[in-house]
Design a protein around this ligand. Structure first.
Ligand code: F6R
Length: 609
């Protein structure tokens, strides 16, 4: 996720900005840049790659000045490159902007600005902001920023400076974090507290749509109408290590909590809300010919493969199209049958998994068309696929995938629903109904997270169980697979997943008093079947947790514990039902004394076979 910093005071700004950016490195980034305002005007330096490359550029040509802004970029629009790095400037180079977030209507704004003679220099969504501020600027930077904000849709945290306003940094946020550090004769902005702690522990937390005007000796706050706002100064007591994790004990827990935002970011730009709601994939190059495919083949590894299984059920349900799901390491060594008219969906958080890339290249060689779902802009998968749909989850640092998985699911639903609508399998009204339900998921995920203590308590009582089995049917089976993987990889508990109907065909032989069975029960038409399966394992002494809907009491009599999730249409529950399982795995790992961020024997990106 991008990191923003800004400094105004009496010190040289460059070392402060670089130092503060280093404190944000844990967020992940692919390029960096700074803009400093001094006697030589506004000077910008940017470099692709690690901060050391930016430092080398600065060392070669020192820039002086006592105010500036800086940025570490995690690419969303346009590959990592010097050109796409922030800060971005207006045409004259007098206004510089750093941005964290996604400007959803950037294409429309770019067209509007281009018509007015603006020549763009990058592929980013951010550059439109610099040109828009310029368009409205006539001496008052705050007013120009306020005007520009009225045109922006999406999420943003911004730092803005202008060559003719030598005692002013403007900072603003909407749906992206930003904190203001208040020092003695100096003030500083940052995406996150660790960047500030060396300078001050006195901070203001900006709320959505609030604007801060930082001068050397003061900070003032305004609402979007330009009316002054009073803010409370807070004292940060965390140490740096805790601050990097946003106050959470581990990155994994932080990333679990980032899911509502990641889901919103992944969804929002893809929904059109003109007369009726529809899904906009045209911007990634999707057209009707894709939906005419005779077969979809989804290929991935691990957690991403589980997203593929949800994808199979979703495509078959919404778009009535046959789908095969393959583990990439199996696919590449089989003798798979390719048919003309097949399309492949390749899912990979990193976009660099060796087996997944090999499967993708085989499919490409066969002449098939490829849609990639990935979290990393400019990754090998993104570069080699025909179409790329990004999960805007931001960098995932914990080895066990959480927010990347739920955002992969969001992408899979969007594509399946789009196919369904184009193939005439779902009506406009049904599509609007499912889009409404997708839009509710982030807030519903937030509600689950607000009850995490229930799961923590349950994990405290069960973490030392030697066997955990997850079972479900249809979409719940896919989430059982993902939940069992999560638990085994970080808690090292022997956990397995079963399609509940398969129990009697063998696995039930394993069940005894030492077994925990998590039954995921969200497919309403199959409640009776699930009840029978639960009774079968209960009769053999297993302890039972049921995950079901808020308003559902069907399983109360057979479960030892019920975790409730908000109601949503059955096919969409995976995005919600996996969250209690992620939390359960996390708390079991912590109870067992494991580091959930760095599980033994595992790597984040498996770039070798
Ligand atoms: C599990 C996990 C792995 C990855 C798998 C594929 O929590 O993260 O199973 O899902 O290694 O990685 P990507 O998605 O990067 O291709």
């Amino acid at each position: 996720m991008c990191g923003i910093v800004g400094y105004i005071g009496d010190e040289e700004a460059t070392p402060v900005l670089i130092n503060a950016l280093k404190k944000l490195e844990y967020r992940g980034y692919d390029s960096a840049g700074i803009a400093v305002l001094g006697d030589e005007g506004l000077v910008v330096r940017k470099a692709k790659g690690a901060l050391k490359f930016l430092e080398q550029k600065i060392a070669a040509e020192i820039i002086r000045g006592t105010m500036g802004i800086g940025h570490t970029r995690w690419a969303t629009h346009g590959e990592p490159s010097d050109q796409n790095s922030h800060p971005h400037t207006n045409v004259s180079g007098q206004i510089a902007v750093v941005h964290n977030g996604i400007i959803e209507n950037h294409a429309k704004l770019k067209a509007w600005l281009t018509e007015r003679g603006v020549a763009f220099r990058s592929e980013t969504d951010t550059e439109v902001i610099a040109h828009l501020i310029d368009f409205y600027y006539s001496g008052n930077l705050l007013d120009a920023v306020r005007e520009a904000l009225t045109r922006l849709e999406g999420s943003y945290a911004l730092g803005v400076i202008c060559q003719t306003n030598t005692d002013e940094i403007i900072a603003v946020r909407k749906d992206s974090p930003l904190v203001i550090g208040a020092g003695e004769g100096e003030n500083i902005i940052a995406s996150d507290v660790p960047a500030l702690l060396e300078y001050t522990r006195n901070v203001y937390y900006l709320d959505d749509r609030e604007i801060a005007v930082l001068k050397r000796g003061s900070v003032e706050f305004y609402d979007e109408e330009g009316r002054p706002v009073q803010k409370e100064l807070c004292r940060v007591e965390w140490d740096v290590a805790a601050a990097e994790k946003g106050g959470y004990e581990h990155f994994m827990l932080k990333e679990i909590h980032e899911q509502p935002t990641a889901l919103t970011d992944t969804l929002r730009a893809r929904i059109k809300t003109y007369a009726t709601k529809s899904i906009n994939l045209e911007e990634i190059g999707f057209n009707e010919s894709w939906a005419k495919a005779d077969r979809v083949i989804i290929t991935a590894c691990g957690t991403a493969w589980h997203a593929g299984i949800v994808g199979k059920y979703a495509f078959e349900h919404f778009a009535r199209i046959p789908v095969d799901v393959d583990i990439a390491s199996e696919f590449r060594y089989r003798d798979p049958i390719f048919n003309p008219g097949d399309i492949f969906i390749i899912i990979s958080q990193s976009g660099e998994t060796a087996d997944t890339l090999a499967a993708m290249r085989m499919a490409k060689k066969s002449g098939a068309r490829i849609i990639a779902i990935t979290n990393v802009v400019g990754s090998t998968l993104a570069r080699e696929a025909d179409l790329v749909m990004y999960t805007w989850a931001g960098p995932e640092i914990a080895v066990a995938s959480t927010k990347a998985f739920t955002t992969q699911l969001m992408c899979v639903y969007l594509i399946a629903l789009k196919f369904g609508a184009l193939r005439g399998c779902i009506s406009e009204t049904e599509l609007a109904y499912y889009i409404d339900a997708l839009e509710e998921l982030p807030a519903q995920a937030e509600r689950i997270l607000s009850h995490k203590e229930d799961i923590q308590r349950f994990a405290a009582g069960n973490f030392n169980k030697t066997k955990a089995f997850f079972m479900g049917r249809l979409f719940d089976y896919a989430i059982s697979l993902e939940s069992a993987l999560k638990l085994k990889e970080i808690s090292y508990t022997h956990s397995e997943a079963f399609a509940a109907g398969e129990l009697k065909h063998g696995p039930i032989a394993l069940v005894d008093e030492s077994t925990l069975v998590v039954a995921i029960c969200t497919q309403r038409a199959l409640f009776e079947k699930m009840e029978s399966n639960i009774k079968e394992v209960k009769a053999r002494g297993a302890s039972i947790i049921v995950i079901t809907y808020d308003d559902e009491h069907f399983f109360d009599a057979v479960a030892d514990e019920v975790f409730r999730i908000p109601c949503t249409p059955d096919p969409l529950t995976p995005i919600l039902s996996v969250i209690p399982c992620q939390l359960y795995a996390y708390y079991c790992a912590v109870q067992r004394g494991n580091d959930p961020d760095k599980p033994r024997n595992l790597a984040k990106s498996v770039t070798v076979e």
